[in-house]
Design a protein around this ligand. Structure first.
Ligand code: ATP
Ligand code: MG
Length: 608
């Protein structure tokens, strides 16, 4: 491809409001343009990257016997109604009516179509297993499209589906996808961690997410270098804590004589003026937030028990129909959640504990439920159901006193015997690994893929059955395996860039070689560059030939910004039959005789 003919609109300025490096660089390097919120045009160079990623995925899917097909984006509502997702999914599903007034949807994933097809075409165990995939556009009306192509409303996904006779057979299929996914990410040059996914309210089913470490990531995980444990922060078990409760540290520092009174002040520096084991109510005027009380009482945040009042959305809200008698019971109710002052609530764990969705109660709801404003809520006393995090089992804490401008010291879970005690907090860096007790580390990540053991979740409601060897009708056991092409591209950029631009992993770069002709007006240089362009292309390299009549500075800048792995610069030494070869990743340059260039490039690109 000649740069003089290529639509490669590089720009100096970052796009307005962009934060993610990948977003900035994809726009600046001329790979994408935003048409509307979360809706992008892929320009030629950007589309080449997507095609290379697609080719890698296609090869790996074909290699495990997965069959490529194409399923439509426009779906009739019926199949989504049969699966139950027409009602279960909210605004994310694009819906419309066709000219006859029939309800339609734009597919956000293709379990429904696959199951519809399986119900019609799979009849016998002899036809199983089957593996199907396509690489197709998905439509999702995301609430907050952001970070360039990382979260868009239209995106391309490879989604594969396994159809098996049993759960045991599904395990085998699942394992082959795990192996294929490892190869895909490795070939794309994206480093990922496989973490257990949230199987949500569906219980037992297994899922895994592939997470690429990147500052732009919206998800947070914790992982252990020792044993390889990795999990979403919301999901990771966080039962234990390394340090004893602050009240015990304090007691030890005071020589175990703390109960004597409030004047053990001074030496320990751990909030010694406040003895956490003594039950008393203290005036804390104006101190509502943990930060304010921390400052006021001179205790660390971990010495506090924070009480959140949450509103449980009608337990019936998921739409099972219920019955008229349930109407009132299904209305929202409040519960109190207790966490240590320095811990964060895992909404996912709370959802599991409650068996329902919940949200932070409004100030009015808190007042109605507990008779006090949010800043002073505590567990002693309360008539609300209480859910307490496990860490609080030990120790004494400062908590809200249920009285304006007051906090209560000496609060322990013994004072709230009705509490359900369970793991409710988000794990965090520094926590002991739940598997090997090593140190957990934290990272922000991008979810680049998700695989899921669906079981019979779709085959049962949609009647996708087969006759087993005994002639008995059984539901097909399914799995689904998604991977986002744009997220791989963006994650690759997040992981591989420098101050000058993108540093593409060789296999997914828009071009292998960026051939730069320094002076287009120099006949010797121009002739050699033309020759190399033809020869390298004939040798199987994807070459972008910058033949533009522009200043060398602009050309070099563009080459670094676009980030193709190899740059071949034809300049001053052309009369000697030499070109300069630059490795974009290391920045290393050397003069190479043109006869040796192809071999040197193969080497640089790792295509020995
Ligand atoms: P997220 O939690 O980030 O919204 P998801 O769990 O809803 O993603 P899946 O339904 O698992 O996504 O889709 C499979 C893959 O498709 C994801 O792992 C991701 O790579 C990609 N993907 C999902 N949503 C988007 C989006 N809005 N924009 C770009 N890629 C997406
Ligand atoms: Mg997912």
């Amino acid at each position: 491809m000649r740069a003089s003919q290529l639509l490669l609109p590089t720009v100096k300025e970052d796009p307005a409001g962009a934060e993610a490096v990948s977003h900035k660089l994809m726009v600046r390097a001329g790979l994408v343009r935003q048409l509307a919120a979360g809706i992008y045009v892929y320009l030629p160079a950007g589309w080449r990257v997507m095609q290379k990623i697609a080719a890698i995925i296609r090869e790996e899917m074909n290699a495990i016997g997965c069959q490529e097909m194409l399923m439509p984006v426009i779906n009739p509502a019926e199949i989504w109604q049969q699966s139950g997702r027409w009602d279960a999914i909210g605004g994310e599903l694009f819906r419309f009516k066709d000219r006859k007034g029939a309800d339609m949807a734009l597919a956000m994933t293709h379990e429904e179509v696959v199951t519809w097809l399986a119900a019609r075409e799979v009849h016998s165990y002899k036809q199983l297993p089957q593996q199907w995939y396509h690489i197709q556009t998905k439509e999702r009306d995301e609430a907050r499209p952001k970070s360039g192509v990382l979260r868009t409303r239209e995106f391309i996904m490879k989604d594969a589906y396994s159809l098996d006779v049993s759960h045991e057979a599904l395990q085998q299929s699942y394992a082959t996808y795990i192996a294929a996914y490892e190869r895909i990410y490795a070939r794309c040059g994206v480093e990922v961690m496989m973490v257990e996914g949230d199987s949500g309210m569906m219980g037992g089913s297994v899922s895994h997410e592939y997470m690429a470490q990147a500052d732009a990531g919206e998800d947070e995980i914790v992982y252990c270098r020792e044993c390889g444990y990795a999990a979403n922060r919301e999901m990771a078990l966080a039962g234990a804590d390394r340090e004893p409760p602050h009240s015990e540290i304090q007691a030890a520092a005071d020589g175990g004589d703390a109960a004597g009174g409030g004047d053990a002040a001074g030496s320990s520096g751990v909030g010694a003026a406040v003895d956490l084991t003594v039950d008393e109510v203290r005036s804390t005027p104006g101190a509502k937030t943990i930060d304010q009380v921390v400052a006021f009482l001179g205790l660390p945040a971990r010495a506090f028990m924070k009480a959140l009042v949450v509103t449980v959305e009608g337990d019936d809200a998921s739409g099972s129909g219920g019955g008229a008698a349930g109407a009132d019971a299904a209305a929202s109710r409040q519960v109190m959640v207790l966490l240590r002052g320095d811990h964060e609530l895992s909404e996912l764990k709370l959802r599991k504990a409650l068996g329902a969705e919940s949200r932070l109660a409004t100030a009015d709801e808190v007042f109605a439920a507990q008779g006090i404003a949010p800043g002073y809520v505590g567990p002693v006393p309360t008539t609300l159901p209480v859910y307490a995090d496990e860490v609080l089992r030990r120790g004494h804490y400062a908590a809200g006193a249920n009285k304006a401008d007051h906090h209560r010291i000496g609060v322990s879970l013994e004072m709230a015997p009705q509490a359900t005690v369970c793991d409710l907090r988000k794990a965090r860096a520094g926590d002991p690994c739940p598997r090997c007790l090593g140190d957990l580390e934290g990272a922000r990540v991008i979810e680049v893929g998700n695989i899921f053991q669906l079981g019979t979740k779709y085959s049962e409601p949609m009647d996708a059955t087969f006759l087993d060897a005994d002639g008995k009708e059984q539901p097909i056991v399914m799995g689904s395996y998604g991977i986002g092409l744009a997220r791989i591209a963006a994650a690759a950029i997040e992981q591989h860039h420098d101050g000058y631009g993108i540093v593409w992993p060789p296999n997914i770069a828009p071009f292998d070689v960026h051939l730069v002709l320094v002076r287009a007006s120099d006949e010797v240089q121009a002739a050699l560059a033309e020759r190399l362009y033809a020869e390298l292309a004939a040798a199987g390299f994807d070459v972008l030939f910058d033949d533009r009549d522009m200043s060398p500075g602009i050309k070099f800048k563009d080459a670094d910004l676009l980030g193709c792995p190899a740059q071949v610069v034809v300049g001053k030494r052309a009369p000697d039959g030499l070109a300069e070869l630059k490795d974009r990743a290391s920045g290393e340059r050397r003069d190479v005789p043109v006869a040796e260039l192809a071999a040197a490039l193969r080497d640089l690109l790792g295509r020995g």
